[in-house]
Design a protein around this ligand. Structure first.
Ligand SMILES: Cc1cc2nc3c(=O)[nH]c(=O)nc-3n(C[C@H](O)[C@H](O)[C@H](O)COP(=O)(O)OP(=O)(O)OC[C@H]3O[C@@H](n4cnc5c(N)ncnc54)[C@H](O)[C@@H]3O)c2cc1C
Length: 473
């Protein structure tokens, strides 16, 4: 291909059709931790041809939230492979060994790597996996009804277009930053999502008053950064939360068993309405703040008491932001808010709003052509089987549970598999289940006993119902 001269728009080459024999077993779209882990586990399965397509030029992991001191919320055993393949050459321990950092790690006696270290591990693993192709953006996926193959149309960073075919597709493109309607109307220079926080440092420094809306882990980490800036003479800080308190994540031992594969299996077998109810009830598994982070916030507030002349700081739970818009006169932004307990409404003035309002599952646009094949639940979400494959409409010739190609979701199947679906510690388990499904054999043994708690009722017996006479004894 001849290079376009500067200023000449590049005309993408027409997509090259897959040549004979160019059918992969699996195309995995997106190279976050989940599909990278899939590539790692697949790399030791003989005869399996898997390719991972990633649109960025290199691996990045949540760079907008890459605070130096931020720690992982899962320990090092929840790496790409260990929970199903502890002797795998791409484990976190193998990485430490390769980098000659194993000894300092053991002396450190802290099982939780920093986020910076985890990203470095991911990049180390990606560099050892030839199946990962960076600068490859998937723009459309179709399914040939005759062959049952998936075809991915791909745009490379150099403008070239390719078409790749595979029997199975794994979508691991992550979740999307969510902006609630009340904030979404704010102009871009007055609003940022936590996902972009460190990319917008100049806007933060230029503001006199920054308001964080939302009290999950990301919100709390941003508040820590803002409190540190405030101590150094930086902007005033407000932290508003709809929840009645700045609540902790519940990581106590028996509650953590509800993030195990065993609970995931139990959850998947429940009716849709029960699953939805449980997800709402289990918000402290994924919506609160770690107790260490809350302690760090308190410590910074405590230190502030001895300092004078700093701009003010306020923490206010139980606040719903109703609308947001530009403030008249002196500029800035005004948030119309309601106080939960008293019902009183009030205006909150600020310069910059940080939406710490989380992430949502999205159906990527490149799946549009498959939409008619995807069976959906009552709420319109894809029906996902226990092995994480989407239930495709067989009448549209989409393949069967044992035969034709399957479409897997990696990390966005919260509604079907529960709160732990986006957790890194479930990644290796899900990837092993996917590889077992696509190969039709047990290439990785899945752990069976992962919790002490029994989640369902005891097995049915034929004893008569207990009556009043038995109760007193
Ligand atoms: C700040 C932060 C910290 C977190 N920390 C933890 C933690 O400690 N423990 C835990 O269990 N969970 C954590 N999570 C939750 C979760 O595990 C991570 O979000 C994780 O990155 C999800 O991995 P993923 O592979 O699904 O997606 P992502 O990491 O989001 O990667 C998706 C990839 O897909 C690519 N992509 C998108 N569209 C296309 C396309 N069309 N073509 C090609 N490529 C495409 C993107 O460029 C991206 O690289 C954290 C989340 C956040 C936001």
């Amino acid at each position: 291909m001849s290079r376009p001269s500067p200023g000449t728009p590049a005309t993408p080459e027409p997509a090259a059709a897959p040549g004979p024999g160019a059918v992969h077993d699996v195309i995995a779209v997106g190279c976050g931790p989940f599909n990278l882990g899939l590539a790692a586990l697949a790399s030791t399965v003989d005869g399996l041809d898997l390719v991972v397509l990633e649109e960025t030029a290199e691996l990045h992991w949540h760079r907008g939230m890459m605070f130096d001191e931020a720690s992982m919320q899962v320990n090092f055993l929840a790496d790409l492979v260990t929970l199903v393949a502890p002797t795998h050459s791409l484990s976190f321990l193998a990485y430490l060994h390769d980098r000659d950092r194993l000894y300092p790690f053991t002396v450190r006696e802290n099982f939780f790597p920093s986020r910076v270290e985890y990203e470095d591990y991911l990049r180390w693993a990606a560099a050892r996996l030839p199946s990962v192709r960076f600068s490859h953006r998937v723009i459309a996926v179709r399914r040939d009804p005759a062959s049952g193959l998936f075809t991915a149309e791909v745009e490379r960073a150099d403008g070239a277009r390719l078409r790749l075919a595979a029997r199975h597709l794994v979508v691991g493109t992550g979740t999307a930053p969510h902006l609630p309607d009340a904030l979404a109307t704010l102009p871009a220079d007055r609003l940022l999502h936590t996902a972009d926080f460190l990319h917008r440092g100049e806007d933060v420094d230029a503001a006199s008053h920054v308001t964080v809306v939302g009290s999950g882990q990301s919100g709390a980490e941003v508040v820590i950064d803002l409190l540190e800036r405030n101590l150094a003479g930086g902007p005033a800080v407000s932290w508003l939360s709809r929840t009645p308190s700045f609540a902790p994540l519940d990581y106590t031992k028996l509650v953590l068993e509800m993030t195990t594969p065993e609970y995931m299996h139990y959850f998947h077998g429940l009716p849709e309405a029960t699953r939805d109810r449980l997800l709402a009830e289990q918000w402290q598994l994924y919506k609160g703040v770690s107790t260490d982070t809350l302690a760090a916030v308190h410590e910074l507030l405590y230190r502030r008491q001895l300092r004078h002349g700093l701009r003010p700081v306020e923490l206010r739970p139980g606040i719903t932001v109703l609308t947001a818009g530009p403030a008249g006169g002196a500029g800035g932004t005004v948030l119309r808010c309601r106080h939960r307990d008293t019902g009183r409404t009030f205006d909150h003035r600020t310069d910059l709003v940080v939406a710490a309002t989380g992430y949502r599952a999205r159906t990527p646009g490149f799946l549009a052509a498959l939409d008619p094949l995807i069976r959906r639940d009552a709420a319109g979400r894809p029906v996902v089987r226990a092995d994480h494959s989407v239930d495709l409409d067989l009448h549209a010739g989409a393949g069967s549970a044992t035969g034709g190609g399957r479409l897997f979701l990696a990390g966005t199947e919260l509604h079907s598999h529960g709160a732990s679906a986006p957790n890194l510690d479930i990644g290796a388990i899900r990837n092993a289940a996917i590889l077992n499904a696509v190969t039709g054999r047990e290439v990785y043994r899945l752990p069976k006993a992962t919790a002490f708690t029994a989640f369902g009722p005891p097995p049915a017996t034929d004893t008569a119902p207990v009556d009043g006479r038995h109760h007193g004894g």
